[in-house]
Design a protein around this ligand. Structure first.
Ligand SMILES: Nc1ncnc2c1ncn2[C@@H]1O[C@H](COP(=O)(O)OP(=O)(O)OP(=O)(O)O)[C@@H](O)[C@H]1O
Ligand SMILES: [Mg+2]
Length: 357
């Protein structure tokens, strides 16, 4: 089993194409700070730990670190730790000597060695078992490692970048992750914010992916309507940028907003905490109002969907007037072919409509 190898061609990767920096970092404060940090650390050969929820761009950031480092022309070797079975991982990472185990007919270098004078990206680092964690610790401490079955240690110069979407501190508490290793890989920490905390970048990301996939699939799909863009702004984005990218891709291919509008609600969590900036003053009143509006929007959309977008039936089900429902649909930016472009009513009428429920 240990002798089974993964094809060499899949081991060394090029950094590949990444979106332009203006798209990757956008305008949100958290991403701007991250950009400044990345530029500083890329030049120094120190380990970097990238943390963030799934789909926030950890892979992209790892590639950017390599591309901005002095070893940018060296190898970029990515190891997706959970993708390689435990028994194989040690030989894949550290290599082996001839005769190290049954089936080891020749010596084979590991990915650590292949990353010499380049970057070793260890994705999902929390998946390494404790034995491999100690071998990695040795590599980080003195740049040395030992091939399986070898008599002597080897030396390697490599920049180590790790990523995880887990909270490693909790893993340390539960005894599945070594604290000393954590300190070694976490010399510089890059924390990627979830998309719901960088909403001002959503519009640019949508525009980028729209252009990208229109070009890729030779389509001419129009920009999203204001209503749907509003829905994008309010959505919780549990899958972060990956989810947004997939939605825009599907929209480009199918060419219809209705095909994706339903999804913005269907996978929304029951209770999503509104965005709270704890560094500044917090307005409880404003946040509560925002949360109530959000909840109202979700309820309306769910009932609309249940009644196949029949607004009369929906209004009846919700026990509000038909006109009040139209205003609410418009204010909530809900997408519907039938309600698109409801003209803005005069203020007096609006108040009357609102009072109806
Ligand atoms: N800042 C960004 N700008 C543009 N596209 C991005 C950005 N971040 C991520 N993406 C896109 O979103 C998708 C997911 O990104 P990536 O694979 O880097 O996320 P991840 O954090 O590594 O996720 P996971 O934890 O699931 O491995 C990719 O297709 C990537 O191109
Ligand atoms: Mg990843």
């Amino acid at each position: 089993m240990q002798g089974t190898t993964i094809p060499m061609s899949s081991l060394m990767q090029s950094v590949g194409e990444v979106p332009p920096e203006s798209v990757v970092f956008g305008h949100s404060e958290a991403m701007q700070a991250l950009h400044a940090r990345l530029q500083k650390v890329a030049a120094a050969n120190v380990p970097v730990l990238i943390q963030g929820e799934s789909g926030t761009g950890k892979d992209i950031i790892a590639r950017m670190i390599h591309a901005a480092s002095p070893w940018r022309s060296g190898p970029y070797v990515k190891v997706n730790c959970p993708a390689i079975p435990g028994t194989l991982l040690e030989s894949e990472l550290f290599g082996y000597e001839r005769g190290a185990f049954t089936g080891a007919y020749g010596a084979k270098p590991g990915r650590v060695e292949m990353a010499h004078r380049g970057t070793l990206f260890l994705d999902e680092i929390s998946e390494l078992d404790l034995g491999l964690q100690s071998k990695l610790l040795q590599l980080l401490q003195d740049g040395q490692f030992c091939r399986i079955g070898a008599q002597e240690d080897k030396k390697v110069e490599v920049r180590i970048v790790c990523a995880t979407n887990r909270h490693l501190e909790t893993e340390i508490e539960s005894g599945t992750f070594r604290q000393d290793l954590f300190y070694r890989i976490n010399v510089v920490n890059l924390q990627l914010p979830p998309l719901r905390e960088r909403r001002r970048d959503i519009q640019d990301l949508v525009a980028y992916f729209l252009e990208f996939y229109n070009r890729k699939y030779n389509c001419k799909t129009k920009p999203l309507s204001g209503e749907l863009m509003d829905g994008f702004q309010k959505y919780h984005w549990p899958g972060n940028i990956r989810e947004l990218e997939n939605l825009v891709k599907r929209y480009v291919i199918l060419g219809s907003e209705d095909a994706i509008a339903g999804e913005l609600v269907a996978s929304e969590p029951e209770y999503a905490l509104p965005e709270i900036n704890v560094d500044g003053p917090i307005s409880l009143k404003k946040l509560t109002k925002q949360a109530t509006q959000d909840l109202e929007r979700r309820i309306i959309l769910k009932v609309l969907q249940a009644h196949h977008w029949n607004r009369k039936k929906t209004a009846r089900a919700l026990n509000i007037s038909y006109r009040a429902l139209l205003y609410k649909i418009r204010d909530a930016g809900l997408p519907s072919n039938r309600v698109r472009r409801v003209p803005a009513p005069p203020v007096a009428v609006m108040e009357q409509g609102m009072a109806a429920d």
